[in-house]
Ligand binder design. Structure first.
Ligand SMILES: [Zn+2]
Length: 287
């Protein structure tokens, strides 16, 4: 588990993204031009997220877990259960938390401002997995620290959850598609690139579905799972209308949360299922 700690954890993540980029270049779901500037912008977002997070070491989940363990704080430190079960529960609980956070990021405009940076990417590939606004990383770390403390999650469980989540985050953004039998089998429980790609569609009813990172069971049990097998290579990704960026630069991405496009909705209600089901309704009339 030591492999996923500190700098070696960062190299593990970069290794995953590098491997993902090679695989998707060899076996692309849809052809895409090499866009070095976009790759660098996406990588810079991750770089600055790490810098900003490093300014708040007290909310780092691993450190919080060590603190909780040494002071016997939190639910898991009061219960006795097999160690392997505790590790698995850490991964499952933190993935459920990521799902809930992701729903909030789309639902409330204050949070959407920050998450929008991720969705402004016009193409979805392994580099998209690096593109999160540093403040989104801080929100997630803050909430994560609270949950780790309250539940007393094991430090090794945090490292395992990091390893699996980093893998899933890269894998699900990759511009690849799995053989249909494997896709069907995997996507009953796990998020696949096809399942997650739908969430990046410009259509609001697609954006309001498939929020999961590792498991798609959270989407299934809360009724927001959408089959994505109909998605074709001409699907448009990103955001629609006024929320589009005039020019995509690193500065514009960093400052995007502080911009309020005309007619922006303070609350972003989930699409009404009847309206979402109407394919003829123009996007600007949808909620
Ligand atoms: Zn999203």
């Amino acid at each position: 588990m030591e492999l996923f700690k500190g700098w070696s954890g960062v190299f593990y993540m970069l290794g995953l993204i590098g491997a993902g980029m090679i695989i998707e270049t060899l076996f692309p779901w849809r052809r895409a031009a090499v866009d070095l500037a976009r790759w660098l912008r996406n990588a810079s977002m991750m770089f600055y997220s790490m810098i900003i997070l490093s300014l708040f070491p007290v909310i780092a989940a691993y450190g919080v877990a060590i603190f909780a363990q040494s002071h016997a704080i939190g639910l898991f430190n009061l219960l006795s259960m097999p160690y392997w079960l505790e590790l698995i529960l850490c991964v499952v609980i933190l993935d459920a938390l990521a799902f809930a956070e992701h729903r909030v990021l789309h639902r409330w405009y204050f949070f959407w401002r920050f998450h929008r940076v991720h969705h402004l990417d016009l193409h979805v590939d392994a580099t998209t997995s690096m593109r999160f606004h540093p403040f989104e990383a801080v929100f997630r770390a803050l909430i994560g620290a609270g949950v780790v403390l309250a539940l007393g999650l094991a430090p090794e469980g945090i490292l395992l959850a990091f390893a699996v989540t980093a893998f899933a985050n890269t894998f699900t953004h990759m511009n690849i598609t799995l053989p249909s039998s494997l896709e069907r089998a995997l996507s009953t429980v796990f998020v696949t690139p096809t399942v997650h790609r739908l969430h990046h569609s410009v259509k609001i009813e697609n954006q309001y579905s498939n929020f999961g990172t590792i498991f798609c069971i959270w989407d299934r049990i809360t009724g927001v799972f959408r089959n994505a097998s109909h998605l074709t290579a001409d699907e448009i990704f990103g955001v629609s209308g006024n929320e589009k960026l005039e020019e995509e630069t690193f500065g514009n991405l960093m400052l995007d949360p502080f911009r309020t496009p005309k007619n922006a909705q303070v609350s972003r209600p989930a699409p009404n299922p009847d309206r979402a089901a109407d394919p003829n309704m123009p996007d600007d009339q949808r909620s």
